[in-house]
Write a protein that binds this ligand. Structure first.
Ligand code: DGT
Ligand code: CA
Ligand code: CA
Ligand code: ZN
Length: 574
């Protein structure tokens, strides 16, 4: 088992012990063990091999055994027994934002709450707000957390759904009966979340395909099993539909089931105005005209007088007009990306060093990587104070000069925007950096006017290069803070400040819906993986999806510029 997963389990044990009301010293031992493991610089494999784990400060003797067992076997009896000893309803309650072990225990002990349903009723009846340590505000927050959770449970992150769909599609294409196979629906349109996965297959022999699809090892429930249509559910609750059609019908079915509904309605209307009725089955001429032969979506669009509209643009947001005028954007691809900017290292809360991040960037084919660790106000993320920032700049300079890597490292910071809109570091410190990402990590409950003024003040700071995750949302977990995004975009354009697409699959923030208009008005985008490990750099692909979905071309994206041109941008802005 990897270090990161062991850290998560140790933290989990601490929460569960809290929930049981166990000894606070024991709980603290797990938390500080998790912290020590997470931030230590030595390699875990080596430490364990040398039998030296106990020498790490913060890892007590009781933890050494458990960490070694997890590392070797991926399992820990103590942990599974602990989990099993607590009623599942209480464990589920921990998923509600703002509820930790202690609070769940209080709710259980004081008013006998065992399930989320109990808790919802108690909030609605005012029994939670009168509890010591809760209050009206926290009861409201719990209630909205419960309601969000119910509506979120129906959708899934694009990244997760894509991971599940990929091997299924590959395996489908290997079946001898399958002529063509594609995913359709929201997954193909690169939406940020996905309700269910849709597969479309061309074949003249559907039965074996239905059989294979419904009997995959990962399927936990078959919700429909027909002769050409089936649906299944996987363990994590995600569902998938499959439809088999003839090869003549394939392009029409693929287009139809890719959607969106809005796009389909508009395209049908266009077909009708030209004397054809369009459906998932094909094109029917109204009166006796010839039926065209169409075997791809591109041919379908062409037949209707349009340039090919790629799936991610099919949202009913003006793509037909642009397709008719032949002014659809040339969308950015992974090959266009030359580097990424917002990433964390072991200096704050990341898990990899400068050198490890640079070498991971090299593997991805990047020319440069920007580092941007947290600033001191994010103390929970081990943020850097002015002295540590300057040390970091030195470390980056040394790394660049060492010639160790062909990847150039830009020294940046993710500087907290303080509640009043000032920045968390001295101007002189910021001036020593290549660039500054500014982000909100605190006082989320400010009014819309306060939050908007706060962020605009930060945008106006001369050291600011880019704005991080502007809405603060966590998809399927929490809504963003109140903020007037249009005013933020205006201020960014006016001050030549870039806005990021935070590419963490839970964020994808700034949302794709704003980008087309904003970029037309001059806003520059940076695709920022916000990686906290070398693997996290891969998230740039999710950000790329959003840039494509936002109609962006390479000239509107900083990541598509050379290291030299990026350096120049950083200087001009100052
Ligand atoms: P999802 O699954 O909620 O993330 O979103 P989609 O877009 O994948 O929706 P889904 O799976 O219900 O259906 C796939 C596509 O099929 C949808 O994007 C458009 C097409 N479609 C489904 N129902 C209708 C409909 O009633 N009218 C039209 N025009 N198209 C439909
Ligand atoms: Ca779908
Ligand atoms: Ca579906
Ligand atoms: Zn951040």
């Amino acid at each position: 088992m990897h270090k990161a997963d062991i850290v998560t389990i140790l933290e989990d044990i601490a929460v569960l012990l809290e929930l049981k009301g166990d000894n606070p010293f024991k709980i603290r031992a797990y938390l500080s063990g998790a912290r020590a493991l997470e931030t230590m610089e030595e390699d875990l494999d080596e430490l364990i091999a040398r039998g030296n784990l106990g020498a790490v400060q913060g890892i007590g003797t009781a933890l050494v055994d458990k960490i070694e067992t997890l590392h070797a076997t991926g399992e820990l009896e103590y942990y599974s027994k602990l989990r099993a000893s607590i009623s599942p309803g209480l464990i589920e309650m921990l998923e509600i934002p703002g509820l930790g072990g202690k609070k769940v225990k209080r709710l259980h002990d004081a008013i006998g709450i065992d399930t989320i349903a109990d808790l919802q009723a108690a909030c609605q009846e005012g029994r939670v707000e009168s509890l010591k340590g809760f209050g009206k505000k926290s009861a409201e927050k719990i209630l909205s957390g419960i309601i969000n959770r119910a509506s979120y449970a129906k959708r899934h992150l694009w990244w997760k759904a894509a991971e599940i769909a990929k091997p299924i599609l590959e395996n489908l294409r290997r079946l001898p009966e399958v002529e063509r196979a594609e995913v359709a629906g929201s997954l193909r349109r690169l939406r940020e979340t996905v309700g269910d996965i849709d597969f479309i297959v061309a074949s003249s022999n559907a039965a074996p395909i239905m059989e294979w699809f419904t009997s995959q090892a990962s399927v936990c429930e078959v919700t429909a099993h027909g002769s050409t249509k089936s649906s299944v559910r996987f363990e994590n609750g995600l569902q998938a539909d499959i439809r088999v059609v003839s090869s003549e019908q394939f392009a029409f079915a693929l287009h139809h089931f890719t959607g969106s509904k809005e796009h389909n309605v508009a395209l049908r209307q266009r077909a009708l105005s030209r004397g054809y009725s369009l459906s998932e089955w094909g094109l029917q001429p109204k009166e006796g005209a010839a039926v065209p032969l169409i075997s791809s979506e591109a041919e379908l669009f062409e037949f209707l007088g349009l340039a090919e509209i790629l799936p991610e643009l099919r949202e009913g947001m003006g793509e037909l007009d642009a397709g008719e005028a032949r002014i659809l954007p040339k969308l950015v691809t992974a090959q266009d990306i030359r580097g990424v900017f917002h990433n964390h290292t072991t200096a704050s809360d990341g898990r990899a060093t400068i050198s490890e991040m640079a070498s991971a960037a090299q593997h991805l084919g990047f020319d440069y990587i920007g580092l941007a660790d947290h600033s001191k106000a994010s103390f929970q993320a081990n943020g850097l104070d002015d002295v540590r920032v300057l040390k970091m700049v030195d470390a980056v300079n040394q790394f660049n000069q060492s010639g160790e890597s062909p990847v150039h490292v830009f020294a940046g910071i993710e500087c907290d925007i303080l509640p009043n809109g000032t920045l968390d570091l001295e101007d002189a410190t910021l001036d020593a950096l290549d660039y500054t990402v500014v982000s909100v990590h605190s006082s989320f409950t400010q009014s819309k006017a306060e939050m908007t003024a706060r962020v605009i003040r930060a945008i106006e700071h001369p050291a600011t290069t880019m704005l991080g995750h502007p809405s603060g949302r966590l998809l399927l977990r929490r809504e963003g803070y109140q903020i007037d995004i249009h005013k933020i975009i205006d201020a960014a354009i006016a001050n030549q400040v870039i806005i990021e697409i935070n590419a963490n699959p839970h964020r994808l923030d700034l949302d794709w819906r704003y980008w087309r208009r904003a970029a037309e008005r001059g806003l520059i985008c940076a695709i920022n993986p916000d990686a906290h490990s070398t693997e996290g750099l891969e998230y740039f692909r999710a950000g790329l999806n959003i840039a494509r979905k936002g109609w962006l071309n390479t000239s509107q994206i900083l990541n598509c510029r050379s290291a030299k041109a990026v350096q120049q941008w950083f200087k001009v802005r100052r």
